[in-house]
Design a protein around this ligand. Structure first.
Ligand SMILES: [Zn+2]
Ligand SMILES: [Zn+2]
Length: 407
């Protein structure tokens, strides 16, 4: 079924559904040449792993100046299709914004200013290091090519990279540096499912995904842990779909505190595979508990600002609050507000907390970290340590889903 998607692989599945309904019936009577074009069209997308993606790097940093160093393979700097310079291993190229152009320099040579610059790998596998100077950031390493333009006073840096190399980078950034292999495999499926499901998110801006948490955090190629690469390769092209074959919204979070959350309680849309489950796997995780404290006077002021009317005469003990299972609303003397809003306003790690009053202070005892929907990372890590496979981990957190090859 998914084979029919053709170059629409990057579309959301809702568009794919339209494609399938509208186009497939006409195939029955289509002339041979149309079938041939459609066959080529489909074959071009059969291997998702061969697919390239365009990722906006340092998307929220508004870069002005950076250094490029080739780590492996030879690179060539081009502008408007013309070669400017070849870059050999360890050679440093300095790129900076100069009014509305990009200035390209090497030690002792100024190559000039250009409106569009490409840094293209000439070897089968090419990798490079980027050191952002303004603003200053740690070096990051990438595979693939770079495409540079100037936009609104900063450099727009796009990494044209193999999808699976991007996935490995995201798995390392999102999954942490030293997690178990089966956990990395489940994280690879989630990151791939998310990337393919949101591939047109920045379509109007000239790239597909950004490297921030808005899409998925991507800080370059996997460097620190060989298991990340093994996990990505072992699951190459695999994605998670629902009962209708649609890519799932593969939500995940750090620690659920022993009970995951229904999707409708966080994003209003109920999804059959993002349903609350109870588990013990994460209960000893590093983010299983949190604490905070707020003065009663401040809490009172906050509640009043949010429409609470019956709290003037309350004693300290009246602020005592317990959640038996995850709740949606915080309720006090007939008034209520969304726990989600409280979490955002006070920067709590989760909505899953109790309140214990002591004199004029409220102690917040919380469990879990994150929105609680979908896969609980610390629970999944523990499952992997206990010998569960990535298929069992996916099945535990995303009910009634299937793992399929994305084609
Ligand atoms: Zn984004
Ligand atoms: Zn959990």
């Amino acid at each position: 079924m998914l084979l029919r998607v053709g170059k629409q692989w990057g579309d959301t599945y809702s568009k794919t559904a339209i494609y399938k309904q509208d186009v497939l019936p006409t195939l029955v009577v289509a002339p041979k040449w149309v079938c041939l074009i459609l066959l080529i069209y489909s074959l071009s997308a059969i291997s998702a792993q061969g697919q390239k993606v365009d990722i906006s790097l340092f998307h929220s940093e508004k870069p002005q100046t950076f250094m490029f160093t080739s780590m492996s393979g030879e690179y060539e700097i081009r502008s408007e299709g013309k070669a400017i310079e070849s870059i050999i291993k360890n050679e440093i190229i300095h790129l900076s914004i100069d009014k509305d152009k990009i200035n390209v320099r090497a030690i002792g040579t100024d190559f000039g200013n250009f409106s569009h610059v490409e840094i293209v790998g000439l070897s089968r596998v090419s990798s490079f290091r980027v050191k952002l100077i303004t603003p200053s950031l740690e070096s990051r390493s990438y595979e693939g090519n770079l495409i540079l333009t100037v936009e609104l006073g900063h450099l727009k840096i796009i990494n044209h990279v193999a999808l699976e190399s991007y996935i490995a980078g995201v798995v390392e950034t999102e999954g942490g540096p030293s997690s178990p292999l089966e956990f990395y495999k489940s994280q690879a499926l989630i990151c791939r499912t998310y990337a393919l499901g949101h591939i047109n998110r920045h379509e109007n801006e000239g790239f597909q995904l950004c490297d921030g948490v808005h899409c998925q955090a991507y800080h370059g190629m996997s460097m620190n842990n060989h298991d990340v690469e093994i996990a990505t390769e072992a699951t190459v092209g695999l994605v998670i779909v629902d009962q209708n074959g649609k890519l799932i919204t593969a939500a995940f979070h750090s620690n659920c505190g022993g009970e995951t959350e229904n999707s409708e309680n966080v994003w209003t849309i109920p999804l059959p595979y993002l349903k609350s489950i109870e588990e013990d796997y994460c209960k000893q995780g590093p983010h299983s508990k949190w604490e905070s404290s707020i003065k009663i006077a401040d809490w009172k002021k906050y509640l009043k600002k949010n429409g609470f009317q019956n709290i003037d005469a309350l004693s300290s003990d009246d602020y005592s609050y317990k959640q038996d299972g995850r709740q949606f609303y915080y309720v006090l003397k007939g008034d209520s507000m969304r726990l989600k809003k409280i979490r955002a306003d006070w920067k709590f790690k989760s909505t899953y907390f109790w309140i214990i009053p002591v004199d004029d202070v409220l102690f917040f005892k919380g469990i879990g970290y994150g929105h609680g929907v979908g896969l609980c990372q610390e629970g999944a890590m523990e499952m992997a340590r206990q010998g569960y496979t990535y298929q069992q981990i996916i099945d535990h957190y995303y009910k009634n889903t299937k793992i399929v090859k994305y084609q």
